[in-house]
Design a protein around this ligand. Structure first.
Ligand code: ZN
Ligand code: ZN
Length: 171
């Protein structure tokens, strides 16, 4: 079995469930694989079963002219190379609504996992600004934010300073 590629902005796609075991044929390299991507891919064609290696080398995005994360739904940073790596060569994640990718220290954050209050209570002090940005108090987050719940959290972490950030949406 080949080792899975390392994605800078999505280091644990197995944990997040965006890459799963499967023996499907990848539509990009047309070879049988042992893992496939099951997250969003925005392209004109319906494309399924992309292998992780065709994400990493950019072949999936270029063959189908697609994006794994909508480039219009990323916080803005100055470096276009980083945007290119994020939307064309990084597995995305599945939100209830439009996925949004957060940044910190002038780079995109890593996507850590889907979270609720239980998962973030130990680091809630780092996330106060994000709660407020979405119009929630910490009390409301404590009461309503649940992993796989109607109010869902998406946890990110800064690559440089390790601060956590949170995106929130509802079904
Ligand atoms: Zn492939
Ligand atoms: Zn930072």
């Amino acid at each position: 079995m080949k080792l899975l590629p390392i994605f800078k902005y999505h280091p644990n796609p197995i944990v997040t469930g965006m890459i799963i075991e499967s023996n499907a044929i990848c539509p990009v390299c047309e070879e049988q694989t042992d893992h496939v991507y099951v997250g969003p891919f925005f392209s004109i064609d319906e494309v399924e079963d992309i292998c992780p290696w065709c994400i990493e080398n950019g072949q999936a995005a270029s063959k189908f002219n697609g994006e794994f994360q909508d480039s219009a739904s990323c916080e803005e940073i100055s470096n276009k190379e980083k945007l290119d790596e994020l939307v064309h060569r990084t597995p995305g994640y599945s939100g209830w609504q439009q996925e949004y990718w957060l940044y910190h220290c002038d780079d995109y954050c890593t996507f850590v996992d889907y979270v609720g209050w239980k998962e973030i209570k130990g680091i809630a002090h780092e996330l106060t600004e994000d709660f407020n940005r979405y119009g929630y108090s910490e009390e409301e987050i404590k009461d309503y934010l649940k992993k796989d719940g109607s109010l869902q959290g998406y946890l990110f972490q800064c690559i440089t300073c390790k601060k956590h950030r949170l995106h929130i949406d509802c079904d």
